[in-house]
Ligand binder design. Structure first.
Ligand SMILES: [Ca+2]
Ligand SMILES: [Ca+2]
Length: 559
C-alpha cells in the first residue's frame, strides 16, 4: 500500500514546529493533521517473538549519567563471517571486535581498536567517548573473504590527540605494521574536529580467532564535528566474480554535522568537492577492475569509471550519490525472483522533522540540507512546502554550480511524533526461513524509542516514483518476549516497542539510570538504542547498545 503524504508543510507555514511544542500538543496535531502514514485497520498485526542470544561484555558505565558512555555495550553491527564457519563478528564502538562462536556463544576479542590513554588497543587517537556513532563505527567482510581474508573497518580519530595513527601492535603480535603508513586527510571545508578512517585488513589465517597479517589505510576523511561520521560499508550482495560491481565498496558518509550549521559548512552535503553527506563507491583493492577504473588521488584504492561525477570538473570522483544528512546504515536488497529489483537502501537520520529510508540511485541528489524528507528545509532548520519548481543547484563548491537537479525523495519517512521516533536505525529486506510472515518485507527500527516496523518491499519500489508525496506504508510490529521470567511488567509479554524490554535488561545488568541513559524528543528519558541485523542465512537479530544484549528473532505470528 502506498500512502500520500502531505503533512507538515501546511503546519510549518502556520508557525508549527515539532521541537517547539510539547508532547500533548503534538499528539493532538498528529491526530488532526497527519494523514494515514501508518496502515490502519484491516491490515493484519505482525508480532515477532524474540529470545536473548548473547549479552555483550560491558564496556560502558553503569552509573546512568552520560549519553553514550552510559550505554552498557555499544554494539554497532553484527555480521556473519562468510565461508560457513558459523561465527558472528560484532563490533562495540568502545573498541572491541568480537568473534562469537554461534554454537557455544563463546566470545573472543579478535581486535581491540581502543588504544586511548594507555589502553592496550590499536589506535591511540580513537575518539569513542562522545557522539552516538563515535569510536569503532563499522566493519564489513570482503565478498572474497574465504579466499583472501580481507575485511574493512571504519573508526573515528581525534587528530588533536597525542600518539600515532599507525596501529599499535604491542598486543597484536601477528599484525605486521612495517609497511603501514597513514594517508593525507581528504579535506572537508570548514573547521575540523574528527577524521573518519577506512582500513583494509588482511588476515593470512582467517580460520583461527586471532589476527595475523597486514593492514592498509585506504582513506581518511575530515569531519567538521563529532557526529555523523564515515559510517556503514556495503558490497552489492548480488555481484559475482566478473561482474562490474564485484568487490566494489559502497560507503555511507555522514555530513559530520555540517548540514544543520548556520555557517558556510551548511552546504557541505550538497558540495560535490567534499565527501561528507554522500554515498561513496570505490574499489578497495588496487588490483581489482584495473581496466575500468582509475587510481585514487592517494594511490590506495581505485575509482570505477562509471561513477557519476568522474568527468565533472571539481567534483570528487568517489561520490555515488549526494545530499544525505546521516546515511548511517546501508543494505543491498536482493530480490531472488527479479534481479531488476535489487537496490541499495540507505537509512538516513533526520534533523528535527523526518526520519527517512532512501533507495540510492547513481548520481542522485537527496536534497539535504535544502530538503528534509519530502519537504524543503529552510535556513532556520524548519521545514516548509516544496517550491513550485522543484529544482536545486548541482553544487560543486562554495562558489560554483553546474546546472540544477530535481531532488530524489525517500520511499519511507516518519515524523518526530509519538507514533514515530527520533532517529531511524538499520533495516533489512527479510530473506531467511524462520519468519515466513516477513518474506518480501523490509524490517526497520527507530533507535531511541525501540519501535519496529515493516514495509512491503514492493511498496518501496513503487514509492520510488519521482513523486515526493507517495511513500510506502509503515506497519507497526509488536514484540513477544519469550524470556518471561524477566518480564518487565507483570504478566505482560507483548510490547509495542523494545523500550521496556531493554529497560528491564539494563537494570538487571546493573544500569542505574531510572529509565534508560540519554534522552530523545519522542522517547523522552532514555534511549533504547535498538537496531536490526541479519546473519548469513538472513535471519533477524535485534541488538541494543543500552543493555548490550543481542536478541534472536525466533518466530513470526500474524493475528
Ligand atoms: Ca587469523
Ligand atoms: Ca514517491
Amino acid at each position: 500500500m502506498l500512502v500520500n503524504l502531505e503533512p507538515w508543510s501546511t503546519l510549518a507555514r502556520t508557525g508549527y514546529h515539532p521541537a517547539r511544542v510539547d508532547k500533548w500538543l503534538r499528539v493532538v496535531t498528529l491526530t488532526l493533521a497527519l494523514p494515514a502514514l501508518w496502515a490502519a485497520g484491516g491490515s493484519p498485526q505482525l508480532t515477532l517473538a524474540i529470545k536473548d542470544f548473547v549479552a555483550m561484555p560491558i564496556t560502558g558505565l553503569a552509573d546512568g549519567r552520560g549519553q553514550t558512555d552510559g550505554m552498557l555495550a555499544r554494539v554497532n553491527s553484527l555480521r556473519e563471517e562468510p565461508g560457513g564457519a558459523n561465527r558472528l563478528f560484532v563490533n562495540d564502538l568502545n573498541g572491541p571486535l568480537y568473534i562469537i562462536e554461534r554454537a557455544s556463544r563463546k566470545f573472543t576479542t579478535y581486535l581491540d581498536f581502543n588504544g586511548r590513554d594507555g589502553r592496550t588497543g590499536l589506535f591511540h587517537k580513537l575518539a569513542f567517548e562522545t557522539g552516538f556513532a563515535g569510536g569503532f563505527t563499522s566493519f564489513q567482510f570482503d565478498p572474497d573473504y574465504p579466499r583472501n581474508g580481507k575485511f574493512y573497518t571504519v573508526h573515528m580519530e581525534d587528530p588533536e590527540l597525542a600518539g600515532s595513527s599507525v596501529p599499535d601492535n604491542a598486543h597484536v603480535p601477528g599484525l605486521n605494521v612495517s609497511g603501514y603508513s597513514t594517508t593525507t586527510p581528504i579535506p572537508t571545508p570548514g573547521p575540523i574536529q574528527r577524521e573518519g578512517v577506512l582500513i583494509e585488513w588482511t588476515d593470512s589465517k582467517p580460520s583461527n580467532a586471532t589476527f595475523e597479517g597486514t593492514a592498509r589505510e585506504l582513506m581518511r576523511v575530515q569531519l567538521n564535528t563529532r557526529i555523523h561520521p564515515l559510517g556503514d560499508l556495503a558490497f552489492n550482495a548480488a555481484a559475482r566474480r566478473g561482474d562490474a560491481d564485484w568487490r566494489v565498496l559502497y560507503i555511507g558518509c555522514g555530513d559530520g554535522g555540517s548540514g544543520e550549521s548556520r555557517l558556510a559548512i551548511r552546504m557541505n552535503p550538497q558540495r560535490l568537492d567534499t565527501l561528507v553527506g554522500k554515498i561513496l563507491r570505490i574499489i578497495p583493492d588496487p588490483l581489482e577492475h584495473p581496466a575500468s577504473s582509475t587510481t585514487s588521488a592517494n594511490g590506495r584504492y581505485r575509482i570505477p569509471n562509471d561513477n557519476p561525477f568522474v568527468s565533472m570538473a571539481g567534483a570528487r570522483k568517489e561520490i555515488w550519490a549526494a545530499g544525505l544528512r546521516n546515511p548511517h546504515r546501508l543494505h543491498w536488497a536482493i530480490d531472488p525472483a527479479n534481479a531488476g529489483n535489487n537496490r541499495l537502501i540507505a537509512s538516513s537520520i533526520g534533523l528535527h522533522t523526518w526520519e527517512t529510508v532512501n533507495i540510492i540511485h547513481k548520481g542522485a541528489n537527496y536534497g539535504y540540507s535544502l530538503r528534509e524528507g519530502n519537504e524543503a528545509l529552510q535556513a532556520d532548520n524548519k521545514t516548509a512546502a516544496l517550491p513550485g519548481e522543484d529544482r536545486i543547484p548541482v553544487r560543486i563548491s562554495d562558489t560554483s554550480t553546474n546546472g540544477t537537479v530535481t531532488p530524489t525523495y525517500p520511499v519511507i519517512q516518519y515524523p518526530h511524533l509519538p507514533d514515530g521516533g527520533d532517529a531511524i536505525g538499520s533495516g533489512f529486506v527479510y530473506r531467511g526461513k524462520a519468519l515466513p510472515a516477513l518474506r518480501g518485507k523490509y524490517v526497520f527500527t527507530d533507535i531511541s524509542t525501540g519501535r519496529i516496523w515493516y514495509a512491503d518491499y514492493a511498496d518501496m519500489l513503487a514509492a520510488d516514483d519521482g513523486n515526493p508525496k507517495t511513500m510506502a506504508a509503515m506497519h507497526a510490529i509488536r514484540i513477544l518476549w519469550r524470556d518471561s521470567g524477566d518480564a518487565p511488567e507483570a504478566g505482560k509479554r507483548v510490547f509495542n516497542t523494545m523500550f521496556p524490554i531493554v529497560k528491564a535488561a539494563y537494570h538487571a545488568r546493573g544500569g542505574k539510570a531510572p529509565e534508560l541513559p540519554g534522552r530523545g524528543l519522542v522517547s523522552g528519558d532514555g534511549r533504547a538504542d535498538v537496531h536490526v541485523a541479519v546473519d548469513g542465512a538472513g535471519e533477524l537479530y535485534f541488538f541494543s547498545k543500552t543493555d548490550g544484549i543481542i536478541r534472536a528473532v525466533t518466530e513470526s505470528i500474524v493475528n
